[in-house]
Design a protein around this ligand. Structure first.
Ligand code: ARG
Length: 455
């Protein structure tokens, strides 16, 4: 592979060591960013009068031609993307091209290329997360009257609506968006001009470079500039958190899709069959979303370990950052993309979810609160309701099956109106707090979400 640094060597690099050392197989993904850095650097070199205006123009047009040639370049000839861009430029414009690397190093260059890549990925990811959030909101809007049990400890707890349940996942993804914003602000810092580590011997205008490349600012310490890879765990943390959220949702969907639950129906176009059991309709897509979460946690751990104990400044270990980063970026995009499509092909079976909250003990808190409204202290109301539940279980009955006389045996405060409590709609709409499951509150959450997603 062609090299930019052969001068002090008496021998060629061993072929296997060369292959092991090279990053071109993956860092060619940074090609357009490397050219962009070259173009910005050319301007800075001209401004500092290190090259003439004519040379700058020649270099800039050469770099643009290099960019256009991307498909025809034989990248395997080069050690890395930086050598590829520089040497292709020299091939096109000759001696002037050899001035491109004046006052810069591959160390500040690769850090800048990688940050540009991450910034673009974050922009793409924000759109993908928002698209998924919109699918959730749309499904929630169809289900503000879909009553179902809400669970704690995987035991039926209180009545909620499927819309409310979905909006919980919307809230998680909204936090993921905030994580992305935070990751963006931290990666939006430009290392170029840091040189190998000590800075540059030329008066390169780093603010000009930052502006040209669209960074918020230039980094303030050249050693940190080339050594900092914090943006990698930041990115992997976003991916891990998002994947973890999606795995929770996937798990619930898998449960809701069982015959035992039958809360939802997955469209045939998003379900799979069994090679032996003809009756099967499997939720493979949800299972894969659940299963892939582990890979992201692995990436996060790898990203942290990469810089653990790593001395300043640049070390070749850092080349591995891209292997982790590119895989994480592709995989998180893939699951966000498929999760959106999957949700758009799933519907709640309102009649079935409703069955699960008919004459069930999910109304127990409402019963206790009924007694509180009749003047019973909550702890005593809880005790009495517990006794009522225990009595019903012993009789193999639901709340609605007992007589008022039986209820009165437990508390004299029970009246005929207690039977009005055993209704999903009124239970849901009796919730008065902001963010609760009542239809009015869920509609408020949905309206706020739509407003946010439109902005
Ligand atoms: N391929 C290298 C990387 O990805 C580029 C920087 C090389 N710098 C060096 N000092 N060898 O990190």
């Amino acid at each position: 592979m062609a090299k930019t640094w052969t001068g002090r060597f008496k021998k060629k690099l061993d072929a296997d060591a060369d292959r092991f050392n090279a990053s071109i197989s993956f860092d060619k993904k940074l090609f357009k960013y490397d050219v962009a850095c070259g173009l910005a650097h050319t301007k800075a070199l001209a401004k500092a009068k290190i090259i003439t205006k004519q040379e700058a123009a020649k270099m800039a047009s050469g770099l643009k031609r290099v960019l256009k040639k991307e498909k025809t370049i034989d990248f395997n000839e080069y050690e890395d993307v930086h050598s590829a861009v520089e040497m292709e430029l020299v091939k096109l414009i000759g001696e002037t091209g050899k001035k491109l690397h004046t006052g810069r190093s591959r160390n500040d260059l690769v850090a800048t290329d990688t940050r540009l890549f991450v910034k673009d990925e974050i922009t793409t990811l924000k759109a993908l997360v928002k698209k998924l959030m919109k699918a959730i909101v749309d499904l929630a809007a169809k289900n503000t009257k879909t009553y179902m049990p809400g669970y704690t400890h995987m035991q039926q707890a209180q009545v909620i609506t499927a819309g409310h349940w979905l909006m919980a996942y919307y809230s998680m993804l909204k936090r993921d968006l905030e994580t992305l914003e935070c990751a963006y602000s931290r990666v939006d810092v430009m290392p170029l001009g840091s040189g190998a580590l000590a800075g540059s011997n030329y008066p390169i205008d780093r603010n000009l470079l930052a502006k040209e490349l669209g960074f918020a600012r230039a980094c303030s310490n050249s050693i940190d500039g080339v050594a900092d890879r914090d943006f990698l765990p930041d990115f992997c943390y976003f991916a891990s958190m998002t994947a973890m959220h999606l795995s929770r949702m996937a798990e619930e969907i898998i449960i809701f899709n069982t015959i035992e639950f039958s809360f939802i129906e997955i469209d045939d176009s998003f379900a799979t069959g069994s090679s032996i059991m003809p009756q099967k309709k499997n939720p493979d897509i949800a299972e894969l979303i659940r299963g892939k979460a582990g890979r992201f946690f692995g990436g996060l751990m790898a990203s942290l370990t990469l810089t653990k104990g790593l001395p300043l400044a640049y070390n070749k270990d850092l080349q591995e950052d891209k292997v982790i980063l590119f895989r994480m970026a592709d995989e998180i995009k893939e699951i966000l993309f498929i999760a959106e499509k999957f949700l758009r092909n799933l519907h709640f079976k309102q009649e079935r979810t409703g069955k699960h909250v008919e004459n069930s003990f999910v109304y127990a808190v409402d019963v206790a609160d009924y007694l509180v409204k009749k003047g019973v202290p909550f702890r005593s109301a809880h005790e009495a309701t517990g006794k009522l539940v225990s009595y019903c279980i012993a009789q193999d009955k639901g709340f609605a099956d007992i007589s008022l006389a039986e209820a009165k045996e437990i508390s004299g405060k029970f009246g005929e109106d207690i039977f009005r409590l055993f209704n999903a709609k009124s239970s849901v709409n009796s919730k008065l707090t902001d963010g609760s499951t009542s239809e009015k509150e869920v509609l408020k959450q949905i309206a706020a979400a739509n407003k946010f997603l439109r902005a």
